[in-house]
Design a protein around this ligand. Structure first.
Ligand SMILES: C[S@@+](CC[C@H](N)C(=O)[O-])C[C@H]1O[C@@H](n2cnc3c(N)ncnc32)[C@H](O)[C@@H]1O
Length: 199
């Protein structure tokens, strides 16, 4: 069986959140168009989106992906090894909020897909690590329709919705970014970094 299909089935069976079809098609399009040589992914889960990006990016490109859930990390390692991508994908184990500040690499593409309330914090921590023209993709930015809804969100989602609005406000207004929001599915924001000197 195709490994991607196997991971999809595993994720469905064990309730592991992986990227949906609409967002993954968008992600693949961006990778094909931009041909990033270095990708940072925040939120690996079991390695599905990392493997997708690895499949479509230049062969000599590298991915760093961050995950804090030990059980998911083990599964991701296994799938990455089975796909023969252990050289290409480096999995960092721990809290992204801490790890991001310690990274020294520069990235052509960043895929943000971990804690929804932390998206802006993640972005602020990696702005100085973006190459000129880098693309930042943030998944689930509409959060089940709650971000654009006129109705108040359910209490337990209040902070997430507020913080996702702050993320969108930032990438839509900061002159260093040019952003398109795609409203299909759960919403994807694609932001091109135009360099700090444009400010
Ligand atoms: C939506 S899933 C990622 C799905 C994956 N990108 C895919 O599409 O295959 C989000 C993941 O982020 C992880 N996560 C959440 N907060 C995190 C943090 N602060 N640091 C590292 N990982 C985190 C969760 O454990 C979860 O596995």
């Amino acid at each position: 069986m195709d490994l991607f299909k196997e991971i999809e089935e595993y994720a469905a069976e064990y309730n592991i959140p992986i990227i949906n079809k609409i967002s993954s098609n968008r992600l693949i399009d961006v990778v094909k168009k931009n041909k990033p040589k270095s990708i940072l992914e925040i939120g690996t889960a079991i390695g599905y989106s990392a493997l997708l990006m690895a499949h479509y990016m230049p062969e000599d490109g590298k991915i760093i992906t961050i995950e804090q859930d030990a059980a998911r990390i083990d599964i991701a390692y296994n799938y990455i090894a089975r796909a023969g991508k252990s050289e290409q994908i480096q999995l960092l184990d721990g809290d992204a909020g801490t790890i991001l500040s310690q990274l020294e690499e520069t990235f052509d593409m960043v895929f943000i897909d971990a804690a929804k309330a932390q998206y802006l914090d993640y972005l602020c921590k990696i702005i100085d690590k973006l190459s000129s023209g880098a693309v930042v993709i943030a998944d689930n930015v509409l959060f089940r329709g709650m971000v654009m809804s006129e109705d108040p969100p359910l209490r337990r989602y209040k902070t997430i919705v507020k913080r996702l609005k702050e993320y969108l406000q930032f990438v839509n207004t900061d002159p260093r970014f040019s952003t398109t929001i795609h409203y299909e599915g759960d919403g994807v924001a694609i932001s091109y970094y135009q360099g700090a000197n444009k400010k």
